[in-house]
Design a protein around this ligand. Structure first.
Ligand code: HEM
Length: 492
């Protein structure tokens, strides 16, 4: 009797548990889809996860357990390979778009989409930065700020500065013994972007700011929990400190400009201070600071990571390394006796290195996803994205599509021999009106670094098996701890 009783109680518990689970799993769908009426049947397949946390648990779980692709493959396993899935991400009902066709459509249709970054990102990067502004305001500020980092003339101008700093840094690292290669690279790329935007700052200020950016970036991809001990809370504090430093730089510059009205050289800060829109409006300090917070971050974090990964891939693939070294040696051999340093035309001749960099950009896919919001109901690849819903343009899905890139997880620069991806199939720098304005600068920086590294240096990692982390960005957990040494004559 007792046994039957226990069985019944057990069964009741299981049934109650299943009902509660089903109700909880359906709450988000009832709440967000009810108001869509019949249009809910036009949504892509998927599920909106649990109340409050949505699908964030499985997103963070997949990325923290180093299985980044399992997050999307779980959707594909459950709902079929539709390439678009509904989900609840970063606090919003969202559509994740993983196909080249869908991503291109979202990135290029400014009539239908505007930026849709989570409000936590906006608080961290700034409500006057490009993650928050759109249409006319974005076009104006983008034109103003992208000019100083684009075009043959300006890039040639920065190349000397970049190269001098690369040469000094590599020499210094080779005498330092054990270093965190990624940390040092981030400092180097930060110094370069600070020079371009602010004509440099003191060593101390730069180190401090770079450290604050590291903390800020941890918060960008974390749950927006503003409680001490959580990454987002620390990131908000880091932003405050960054804003304070930038405010003091802006104030000092304004004072300096008043005393020196005629200036020989103008940098990005000058451009922002001089700017006037067609109604004669000038930018306020807080707007300038937000644009700087964004540019200084975007302009060093990505280049530092990609340079580290390209170096690692080269070191781990001896055949690729040999071919890349041979190309650089050939370039140096052709130089006249008076030439000092790399020329822009030589970078265009680095055809093999360019394939190595493109393959690195693909395999790493530094920007896992970017966010948009539908301004109206939009049809994409046969599904409806409802007005107000967020869209996650999932670059990783595009870059790991086996139909375009057979054996997609393999690092293989030769896949680029005679191969030009169709529009939308290769998006390391995004696309449309938000295409990365620093793409040429980034490629030049990476090429100059690899040029000198390949000719003269090698890296020995201390923990080659160090586990990988995927958030906020792909990197070895030990920040690539290793020793840089000069290549001896017989290795050349
Ligand atoms: C390997 C290096 C880099 C990668 C992989 C990269 C990637 C990207 C991607 C994917 C976007 C598109 C964001 C979106 O669609 O919402 C973007 C935008 C942006 N990037 Fe880069 N980037 C790199 C280097 C740089 C550099 C060096 C700079 C600074 C000069 C920079 C500044 C920006 C800015 C300001 C935006 C926002 C553009 C807008 O919203 O109009 N990036 N980047």
């Amino acid at each position: 009797m007792m046994g039957w009783g226990l069985l019944v109680v057990g069964l009741c518990c299981v049934v109650v548990f299943l009902i509660v689970k089903w109700v909880l799993r359906s709450v988000n769908e009832w709440y967000y889809e009810r108001e869509l009426g019949e249009r809910r049947y036009e949504l892509p397949p998927g599920d909106l996860g649990w109340p409050f946390i949505g699908n964030m648990w499985s997103f963070l779980g997949a990325f923290k357990c180093s299985r980044p692709d399992s997050f999307i493959s779980n959707f594909a396993d459950r709902y079929g390979n539709s390439g678009m899935y509904k989900a609840h991400m970063f606090g919003n009902p969202s559509i994740i778009v993983t196909t080249a066709e869908g991503c291109r459509k979202v990135l290029t249709d400014d009539e239908a989409f505007k930026p849709g970054w989570p409000s936590s990102t906006m608080h961290l990067i700034g409500k006057h930065s490009f993650v928050a502004i759109f249409d006319e305001e974005h076009r104006w500020l983008r034109k103003l700020t992208s000019a100083p980092v684009n075009g043959h003339e300006v890039l040639s101008l920065y190349m000397r500065y970049i190269e001098d700093n690369v040469v000094v840094a590599l020499e210094k690292w080779a005498g330092m013994g054990k270093i965190e290669f990624l940390t040092e690279l981030r400092k180097l790329t930060f110094r370069i972007i600070m020079y371009i935007f602010l004509s440099s700052e003191s060593e101390q200020v730069m180190e401090l700011m770079e450290r604050e950016y590291t903390i800020l970036n941890y918060g960008v991809r974390a749950m927006a929990i503003n409680i001490p001990g959580f990454a987002y809370h620390s990131a908000l504090k880091a932003r405050k400190r960054l804003v304070a430093v930038l405010q003091s730089i802006v104030t000092a510059r304004r004072e300096w400009r008043t005393k020196n009205p005629v200036r020989a050289k103008k940098d990005m800060m000058d451009a922002l201070m001089d700017a006037q829109d067609d109604k004669g409006r000038r930018l306020r300090d807080e707007e300038i600071i937000d644009v700087l917070v964004m540019y200084l971050n975007a302009g060093h974090e990505s280049s530092g990571h990609i340079t580290m990964w390209a170096t690692l891939f080269l070191q781990n693939h001896p055949d690729v390394l040999k071919q890349a070294q041979a190309e650089q040696e050939e370039i140096v051999k052709k130089r006249g006796p008076d030439q000092k340093g790399v020329m822009l035309k030589e970078i265009h001749e680095m055809v093999y290195l360019d394939k190595v960099i493109d393959e690195t950009l693909r395999v790493v896919t530094f920007s896992l996803t970017v966010f948009r919001e539908a301004k109206k109901d939009v049809r994409v690849c046969g599904y409806t994205i409802p007005k107000g819903w967020k869209v996650l343009v999932w670059f990783r899905g595009v870059h790991f599509d086996p139909e375009t890139y057979p054996d997609p997880t393999k690092f293989d620069p030769s896949r680029w021999d005679g191969f030009t991806p169709k529009a939308g199939n290769f998006l390391p720098f995004g696309g449309g009106s938000r295409l990365c304005p620093g793409n040429d600068l980034a490629k030049i920086e990476i090429s100059i670094f690899l040029h000198h590294f390949l000719l003269n240096y090698q890296l020995e990692r201390h923990n080659p098996g160090s586990p990988l982390m995927y958030l906020p960005h792909n990197r070895p957990k030990d920040n690539c701890l290793g020793t840089i040494t000069r290549r001896s004559a017989h290795q050349k």
